[in-house]
Design a binder for this molecule. Structure first.
Ligand SMILES: [Mn+2]
Length: 285
C-alpha cells in the first residue's frame, strides 16, 4: 500500500484495494480471431509497464492519478477456444459488475467487447456505445465465424438492450457493412454525441486502429488516415457528462510495435479513461 516503485504487475500508481476501488482494470489477453497481425494478447503487460513512465499530476485535467480509486486485477486466465474464452471473460467481468465496479479492460482483440457488454447488460437495462475504430466490424460472419473481431459490433448491435452505437474514426468497410450502417441512422447515431441520450449509461470501446498508423502503428489491422491522440482526447472530454459504466482499449499488437509508441499511447488513453470515469463519478454519484 502506498509504495510507488515500479511494479510491472500493476498499472502505474494503482494504490487502492479492490474494496475501495470504483474502477477495476483488467487485462484480457485474448487474440484468437486475429486475422492479419496477431499478438494483442501481449498488450496488457506492455501497457502496465509503459504506464510507469507517466507522472502523477495531469495538466490537462488538473487531477492527480493518486486520487483516482482504481484497482488493477491483473490478467484473466484465457484458456481454450474462442467460445470458452468469451464465457470466461463474461463471468470475470460480471463478478466485478455484481460488486458495483466499473470494468476497464485492456485487450486483447476487439471481440472481447462482446462478453464485457453482455456482463454489463445483466445489470443495466440499456446501454449506449461510443466506439473508436477504423473499421465498422459489422460483418455478419468473417472467415466463416460469427464470433470475430470483424463481426463484434454486429453481434453487439443485435443485443436488444443496446440503444445506439456512435463511431469515431471510421474509414474502412465492406459495401455491405456501409449499407447497414447508413440504413439505420437512428441506431448508429449519425447525429454525433448530441444524438445520444444522456440518461442512458455509456460504454466506450477504443480500438487503437482508430488512430493514424503514424502515431499507432502497432495494431492488428492498420489503416491510414486516422485520428490523432489529441482528437481522441478531445472527444473523450465531451463524454464526461455521460454515466460511463465500462470501457475497453483493444487491438494493440506489441510484436508490430517496435518503437513502443502504440503501447505508450494506449497506456495514456487507459489513464485518460481512468480520469474521465472518475470525473464523471465525482460529479454524478
Ligand atoms: Mn478496427
Amino acid at each position: 500500500m502506498n509504495t510507488f516503485s515500479f511494479d510491472s504487475r500493476r498499472f502505474c500508481f494503482s494504490n487502492y484495494s479492490y474494496e475501495e476501488a470504483k474502477v477495476v482494470l483488467c487485462g484480457v489477453p485474448f487474440d484468437l480471431t486475429a486475422s492479419y497481425r496477431p499478438g494483442s494478447r501481449f498488450a496488457p503487460p506492455q501497457i502496465r509497464e509503459t504506464s510507469w513512465e507517466f507522472e502523477d499530476y495531469e495538466f490537462l485535467t488538473g487531477e492527480n492519478i493518486l486520487t483516482v480509486p482504481f484497482y488493477d486485477s491483473g490478467d484473466m486466465d484465457i484458456m481454450g477456444g474462442t467460445e470458452e474464452s468469451l464465457e470466461n471473460i463474461y463471468s470475470n467481468v460480471k463478478s466485478f459488475v455484481d460488486d458495483g465496479k466499473i470494468p476497464l479492460a485492456i485487450g486483447g482483440e476487439h471481440l472481447i467487447t462482446l462478453p464485457i457488454v453482455k456482463a454489463l447488460l445483466a445489470r443495466y437495462k440499456a446501454l449506449n456505445m461510443v466506439v473508436f475504430d477504423a473499421h465498422l466490424d459489422l460483418k455478419d460472419t468473417y472467415a466463416g465465424r460469427q464470433l470475430s473481431h470483424a463481426t463484434v459490433m454486429k453481434r453487439v448491435s443485435e443485443l436488444q438492450q443496446i440503444c445506439s452505437i456512435l463511431y469515431f474514426g471510421i474509414r474502412s468497410a465492406t459495401e455491405e457493412e456501409k449499407t447497414l450502417w447508413m440504413s439505420r441512422d437512428d441506431f448508429f447515431s449519425h447525429r454525433g454525441i448530441d444524438g445520444l441520450k444522456r440518461d442512458i449509461p455509456l460504454y466506450i470501446s477504443i480500438d487503437m486502429d482508430a488512430l493514424d498508423p503514424s502515431c499507432a502503428p502497432g495494431v492488428g489491422n492498420p489503416e491510414p488516415g486516422g485520428l490523432t491522440y489529441r482528437e481522441i482526447y478531445s472527444i473523450l472530454q465531451e463524454l464526461s457528462h455521460f454515466t460511463i459504466v465500462g470501457a475497453d482499449v483493444v487491438e494493440i499488437s506489441p510484436p508490430y510495435d517496435p518503437s513502443g509508441i502504440t503501447g505508450v499511447t494506449g497506456a495514456r488513453i487507459v489513464r485518460d479513461l481512468l480520469f474521465l470515469i472518475y470525473k464523471n463519478l465525482s460529479r454524478k454519484r
